[in-house]
Design a protein around this ligand. Structure first.
Ligand code: ATP
Length: 917
């Protein structure tokens, strides 16, 4: 791939050389302008070029997927058995075996397709957005609607939505690793490069699907969909996702090993019985096939896949979108959640409530984005013409600003950063009109906000002439770079009393307000600004901004604590603000917090200790997040970490579960994450943990349910072989039980809701295998019950002189009824099922049971089925024997659960990996 990209593209000669022509020529070629296309033109081009998405290529066709259903050990055994039956002239048996195999493959095919569709739909929820200029206006549109000629704006954290010819850049760096393999981001520029320059060096182009790591820029779309560079090599990009997790792989591998052991035993049984015991080879062959079919749990992987898909769908409904399926396993093992503050724990609904200028403190009325309310100085509405200090500070907030405030359907809504929108609201409350201010103070240049620098600056031409820089940012940053306090025009700037301003700052922060400072600096004659200009500033004032905690986050933090999960707040905000908000959320003790700077000064060992004591981290930059994750993991914690910015990516990747924000998060962060929150809400993480634990439980329940049926049947057949008795179950009957009844019943477990205590128990030990000792014990116990019940009924009837077919029919019905009763047991692994909820609480279970009862009645009484499966009608007397025998499993397992619960109470062993508190 790299080789290809270092050479000119194949169709170079036929294509317009976008990289080698200057911008004007490119715009002419595309018949567009820097202000973008009109809506009508964009619609026309969309019609012409089609949507901007890659056509999936390497997906297997349906026929291949159907064939793949036959690719497993049991099916091979069955196909051999069918051929053998055919050779022996047992046409009916061969037909039944083939019929069951095909029905099973069909069901598998349909369900797998459904699971895949469900997951695909979830993938689509994360569709890419692009910022474009249409009709001269900035707009967010789905990236699929981009057309050649559209003008796209890029900023830090974006995924480039199409191939672009750039015409303006500001420190724009793009990570093109996925195209060129080059891991260092490329600095982009706008000049043409020589024709024929390799793709990797076309600095004036930005390529679809690459990631903006810093800066901003804009460009015009030159190619969309499959005609982009990435589109040409997209066979590599569009692989079908595999529906699996480590846990399911673990079970599948277990199944394979078991299958091999069973096959060896079956062949050995056949050989021993025939050669040593001198049994008829046909009979022994049937016994060996019956044994193999009985003991291999082939329905299990399919059930687990479906359980997983249903769980992931359920999470999506609760706003947690899983990007990588293995994360579902990990969710249940999480011991620490590190969360951002703004927007995740708080509402991200900002309101400026106070503004401190050199002339004094003003209060602001009103909450939210509705610009209703007054700005009060000493209790009186502030008059801007008498307060030039206030007017300039408000202007700084209004103009040094990338957000917009839109008024639609009588509702005021922020577009862009909510904090910046709050500054627009404030300016409006004081009587400034954004449009006329922007017109009177045109913006000449901007240094965009970056969390690394914690400020933003803009350069303006003043209405009376002369240029002025406005800066807003974290007060520490601003105060450090101020030389004086702004005073009226003409007057000398007043000296800066830093201690007094810091005190003011801390006072606001300690009440949980987020504080922002504003400053300015004359810059006569300038038309560009750089980072070096941000010094010798004149302080304009401080804004105090409230952003209340989300009510549901408070509840979720409590739930997490109960579930043995520690919540930590990691914020770029001031320590005192963080502590105050943390206190409201019950995160931390309200007193101890570490700042980014303090973090830098302590060594790994000390950090390892502190990280367990301290839950609030303030003024933290993205690099610190990475260190925190590593420190936590070094102590055995399983960490979920949230992030939204592009530079959060390393920490998100490193965390066991990286959690990106769906609303305000960048694509780069989403790309690095396992999970995306559709609503940016902390509560959704807690819900995902709950669902993750539930999926894990349900997978375990499926295993716990299916394996004893195999165990019981295998024991029945083994005993018959050892004792040289007639087989109590024929191979086709075993097939019926395993592939029709057990699978139908087990499917109901995929729909089990969370158990009552799911968020009241400690996290799962991550290395704990699926088949714990307790599980093996339970499987053995129930296998024995199934074996004893089935064999008992069969033996009772045959010794009573019943016909062998009748006794077999009774044996099959016994085992299926045992499954039905045991399904109630399995709905709760340890909790008692003996309640109304236990019996009637799951609609899926009741439907599955009703279905299986109908199946069994057909199996027993329908002439056709009697022919196919050699069954005989049972009478009431038989049922009166079978039902109590089958029902016995219910009280026995419930008694075992009771013993286990009592044992657990007497030996409360703390789980390894749960938080130390
Ligand atoms: P969290 O990490 O909880 O989301 P945060 O939003 O405060 O917190 P950053 O976005 O890294 O974290 O911001 C750090 C600081 O930079 C803020 O506390 C604020 O002082 C300042 N700041 C944030 N946004 C802007 C902006 N648009 N313009 C100027 N300064 C900003």
């Amino acid at each position: 791939m790299a080789k290809r990209l270092t050479q000119p593209a194949d169709d170079e000669k036929t294509q317009f050389p976008w990289h080698a022509e200057d911008v004007e020529a490119v715009l002419r070629e595309l018949d567009t302008r820097r202000e973008g296309l009109s809506d009508a033109e964009a619609a026309r081009r969309l019609e012409q070029h089609g949507p901007n998405r890659l056509r999936p290529r390497s997906r297997q066709g349906p026929f291949m997927r159907f064939l793949l259903q036959f690719h497993n050990v049991l099916i091979y055994v069955l196909l051999v058995a069918a051929v053998a039956a055919l050779a022996l002239g047992e046409l009916l048996d061969a037909g039944v075996i083939l019929g069951v195999v095909i029905i099973n493959a069909l069901i598998g095919f349909i369900q797998e397709g459904k699971a895949e569709k469900a997951l695909e739909a979830i993938g689509k929820m994360l569709s890419l957005e692009a910022t474009v200029l249409r009709e001269g206006q900035r707009r967010e549109i789905p990236a699929e609607e981009l057309v050649p000629g559209d003008v796209v704006l890029l900023r830090e954290g974006d995924k480039v939505p199409a191939d672009l010819r750039l015409f303006s850049v500001r420190d724009l760096r793009i990570d093109e690793a996925m195209l060129t393999g080059e891991s260092v981001p490329v600095e982009k520029q706008t000049n043409p490069v020589e024709a024929g320059t390799p793709v990797a060096d076309r600095l004036g182009l930005a390529f679809s699907a690459t990631l903006v790591t810093s800066g901003k820029g804009s460009g015009v779309v030159i190619a969309t969909g499959d005609t982009t560079e990435i589109g040409r090599i997209s066979e590599l990009v569009t692989e079908t996702p595999q529906i699996t997790t480590p846990l399911i792989r673990q079970m599948t591998q277990f199944g394979h090993k078991l299958a091999i052991v069973v096959l060896v035993i079956s062949v050995a049984t056949f050989l021993l019985g025939w050669l040593w015991r001198g049994q008829a080879p046909i009979e022994m062959a049937m016994a060996a096939v019956a044994l193999a079919v009985a003991a291999i749990p082939e329905g299990l992987p399919a059930i687990m896949t479906i359980t997983l898909a249903i769980g992931v769908q359920r999470m999506a409904r609760r706003n947690a979108i899983i990007r990588r399926l293995p994360a579902v396993d990990t969710l249940g093992a999480i011991t620490v959640i590190c969360s951002d503050k703004t927007g995740t724990l708080t509402r991200n609904e900002m309101t400026v409530t106070s503004i401190a200028t050199p002339a004094g403190l003003c209060e602001v009325e009103g909450v939210g984005y509705d610009p209703e309310g007054r700005v009060l100085a000493d209790g009186q509405p502030a008059q801007l013409d008498q307060r030039p200090d206030l007017a300039l500070a408000l202007r700084a907030g209004l103009l040094c600003n990338d957000a917009r405030l839109v008024h639609e359907d009588d509702l005021w809504r922020p577009q862009g950063d909510p904090m910046e929108a709050a500054l627009i609201v404030l300016a409006r409350k004081a009587g400034l009109d954004p449009d006329s201010e922007h017109e009177a103070w045109p913006t000449l240049d901007t240094i965009p906000f970056e969390s690394k620098h914690k400020f933003m600056a803009t350069l303006h031409r003043r209405p009376g002439g002369g240029e002025l820089i406005f800066v807003k940012g974290a007060p520490e940053q601003i105060l450090e770079n101020c030389r004086a306090v702004w005073s009226d025009e003409g007057a000398d700037p007043a000296p800066l009393d830093r201690a007094q301003w810091e005190q003011q700052y801390e006072q606001l922060a300690a009440s949980g307000q987020r504080v922002l400072a504003a400053a300015c600096k004359p810059a006569p004659g300038r038309d560009k600004i750089e980072h070096g200009d941000i010094q010798d500033l004149l302080l304009l004032g401080l804004w105090g901004i409230i952003d209340p905690p989300r009510a549901e986050a408070i509840e979720s933090v409590r739930q997490c604590h109960e579930a043995g999960i520690r919540a930590k707040m990691i914020t770029g905000d001031h320590k005192l603000t963080a502590l105050a908000i943390g206190h409201q959320l019950a995160i931390g003790d309200g007193q101890s917090a570490l700042t980014g700077r303090e973090l830098e000064q302590i060594d790994e060992a000390r950090l390892g200790e502190l990280v367990h004591e301290i839950d609030v981290y303030a003024r933290v930059s993205p690099e610190h997040k990475l260190r925190l994750v590593q420190a936590l993991q070094a102590h055995g914690d399983v960490v979920a970490m949230t992030g939204d910015g592009g530079n959060d990516a390393p920490a998100l990747k490193r965390a066991d579960i990286g959690v990106a924000m769906g609303l305000k998060g960048t694509e780069v962060a989403q790309e690095a994450s396992e999970m995306v929150l559709a609503d940016d809400n902390f509560a959704s993480i807690a819900h995902a943990v709950e669902e993750g634990r539930t999926v894990y439980d349900n997978l375990r329940k499926a295993v716990l349910f299916i394996l004893p049926t195999n165990g019981g049947e295998a024991m029945v057949i083994m005993l018959a072989i050892v004792l040289g008795l007639t087989m109590p179950l024929t191979p086709v009957q075993v097939l019926w039980i395993n592939m029709i009844t057990a699978v139908t019943l087990a499917l109901a477990l995929a729909f089990e809701p969370p158990e009552a205590n799911v968020m009241r128990r400690p996290p799962r030990e991550p290395r704990q295998p699926l088949l714990t000792r307790f599980f093996l014990w339970r499987i053995l116990l129930v296998s024995l019950i199934m074996f004893a019940g089935t064999f008992g009924v069969f033996a009772w009837l045959t010794t009573g002189g019943a016909e062998i077919e009748l006794a077999r029919t009774a044996a099959v019905n016994t085992i299926v009824l045992l499954e039905i009763f045991y399904l109630f047991n399995t709905r709760f692994i340890l909790e008692s099922s003996l309640s109304l909820k236990g019996f009637l609480g799951s609609r899926a279970a009741l439907i599955a049971i009703a279905l299986v009862i109908v199946f069994q009645l057909l199996f027993t009484y329908l002439g056709l089925m009697q022919n196919l499966f050699s069954t005989r009608p049972l009478d009431l007397g038989h049922w009166l024997l079978i039902i109590p025998v089958a029902a016995s499993v219910l009280p026995i397992v419930e008694f075992e659960k009771w013993l286990m619960r009592r044992h657990a109470l007497n030996h409360p062993k703390r789980q390894v990996g749960s938080p130390k508190r």
